[in-house]
Design a protein around this ligand. Structure first.
Ligand code: ADP
Ligand code: MG
Ligand code: ZN
Length: 519
């Protein structure tokens, strides 16, 4: 087109000159026009080329995704449908049109979709379900059409023969249809289904839809039918190895001090999503910056875990009496935790953060899915430890244990419902009124007695040590264990009951994981 125009202009000028018209103004006009044209072109080129370059340099691939080995493998397998299209076609296999990624927020679903585009060398267009929701009927459907059109366009422009359309939060439009009140949603969803049904293997560029949701249960069954989203891939919270992998990725370009133990951080960050781990690494760097440090140390990471878990430190200033009480309370949790499961206390702090005045962070047990009755009982002992310590030291209690009690009764309830109580096997719906509450109360009072027995020997030492905790504000698990061992040694010299046996090094078990925050 451009060459043609230039040719035409040159011919025109020559023609005008030949027939004897003054060509100077025309030449001038052409020169000005050309100058404006190139200027505009350059400006236009600058934006897209710039972003294209960064897109190439920062292209997300599967190596940027930590953990999720299973999901990654499944996704790659599915994507081979796009990579080896000829083979698929020759076997007469129906093309893969949609892949649904399900899982909690921040686990890397968006990353996976981007990596999928890189892996299959496809153009990438993304939209969020909420963008399709409009007050006016028909707008959402129009947007769906646009997205698919844009996907094909940009694939052609980039010289690729496939495109990936990523729709985040698909549940917003893909919720179950029905009723007349949601006509707009219905139209949007119908449009999406129409687009997907219209896709063919022979089409070029070929389009693949990847959708993400954390609520696959509410999706309309029409979406999940064969020929639509017929692959569902679960993207779960990472396990310990996954967390370690993500931490490695997220700290790759950060200056870590030599004392940083990512393995330990991975163990402590049980239940964190990939996004939370990213935030954790970022927070650690910010704390280092505030501290004017050029390196990120383990201590900064520890603070960052607290921050991600519990929120920013609050400006609350408890009175010194309150601080002392909080210290006693938290030490109660900590002693209980350590007595139930040696090496389980990560650290204790009485700096107010989020809603908590203080808390004990535990090193969680191995990623497990089942708990025994004894494990649940032990969790209750830890939860009740705070209030029990207050009783022992002050002879009274405070409002600070409300959450602990809530947690304890929830665990006790679980025991009953799982047939772990005196009552044996029960079915919730057949339980007469009040029986469940009564049984929960019974369990709690039994375990409260056990908690008292665990903590009583420490009462005096606890009082003194709490003053030290008030002074230092935060105690590391290792330091706490040293103190605890000293106390226990003292009991040994004054006839130690069976349950308080001192842990010897043979009993050093690898800390196992149950996550729970005692606060
Ligand atoms: P989702 O789409 O599942 O909500 P995202 O893919 O948007 O999660 O993740 C948000 C951010 O969290 C990413 O940009 C990345 O920094 C980080 N992240 C999440 N999961 C992972 C992971 N598995 N590996 C590395 N980083 C991750
Ligand atoms: Mg996302
Ligand atoms: Zn508590």
């Amino acid at each position: 087109m451009r060459d043609w125009l230039i040719g035409f202009a040159v011919a025109l000028v020559i023609f005008l000159a030949v027939i004897g018209i003054n060509v100077l103004p025309v030449l001038l006009l052409i020169a000005v026009g050309f100058a404006i044209y190139t200027l505009m072109e350059r400006r236009q080129m600058m934006a897209p080329t710039g972003s294209k370059e960064t897109a190439v340099r920062h292209a997300i691939n599967f190596d940027h995704i930590g953990g999720q080995d299973h999901a990654k493998r499944e996704l790659m397998e599915a994507l081979d449908f796009l990579r080896y299209r000829e083979k698929i076609r020759s076997l007469g296999i129906r093309p893969l049109k949609g892949i649904l990624l399900t899982g909690p927020p921040g686990t890397g679903k968006t990353l996976m979709a981007k990596a999928a585009a890189t892996y299959t060398d496809s153009a990438f267009i993304s939209a969020s379900g909420s963008e399709f929701v409009e007050m006016y009927v028909g707008v959402g459907a129009q947007r769906v059409r646009d997205i698919f059109r844009r996907a094909r366009q940009s694939a052609r422009k980039e010289g690729k023969d496939s495109a990936i359309v990523f729709i985040d939060e698909i549940d917003v439009v893909g919720g179950k249809r029905g009723g007349h009140s949601h006509q707009e949603y219905d139209q949007t969803l119908n449009q999406l289904l129409t687009e997907m049904d219209g896709m063919q293997t022979t089409q070029s560029p070929m389009v693949l839809v990847i959708a993400a949701t954390n609520r696959s249960d509410i999706l309309d069954s029409a979406l999940l039918r064969p020929g639509r989203f017929d692959r569902q891939i679960r993207v779960d919270l990472p396990d310990k190895d996954g967390r370690l992998h993500i931490l490695r990725i997220q700290t790759k370009d950060k200056p870590l001090a030599s004392d940083v133990d990512l393995e330990h951080i991975a163990r402590e960050s049980y239940g964190f999503s990939g996004a939370q781990l990213e935030s954790l690494c970022n927070e650690a760097a910010i704390i280092a910056l505030r501290d004017n440090s050029t390196q990120i140390t383990q201590a900064y990471f520890r603070d960052a875990v607290d921050k991600v878990l519990m929120g920013e430190k609050t400006g609350r200033h408890p009175t010194s009496d309150e601080l002392f009480r909080v210290a006693v309370h938290e030490l109660g949790h900590a002693i209980a935790s350590e007595m139930m499961r040696p090496f389980s206390v990560s650290h204790i702090t009485i700096a107010p953060r989020g809603n908590a005045l203080g808390f004990v962070r535990q090193i969680p047990e191995t990623d497990g899915y089942l708990y025994t009755k004894e494990q649940l009982d032990q969790q209750v002992v830890v939860a009740l430890g705070g209030a029990m310590a207050e009783s022992l030291v002050f002879n009274n209690r405070s409002t600070g244990a409300q959450n602990d009690f809530l947690q304890a009764s929830r665990i006790a309830r679980t025991e009953v419902m799982c047939g772990l109580s005196r009552m044996g096997i029960v079915a919730e719906e057949h339980l007469p009124d009040g029986i469940l509450d009564e049984e929960v109360r019974f369990i709690l009072s039994e375990i409260e007695q056990r908690t008292r027995e665990v903590l009583t020997p420490f009462a005096q030492d606890l009082h003194d040590y709490a003053q030290y905790v008030v002074a230092t504000e935060s105690i590391d698990g290792t330091e706490f264990r040293e103190w605890l061992t000293e106390c226990k040694d003292r009991f040994v010299s004054t006839s130690l009951p069976e349950t308080y046996s001192v842990t010897t090094s043979e009993q050093l078990v690898e800390p196992s994981e149950i996550t729970r925050l005692a606060n």
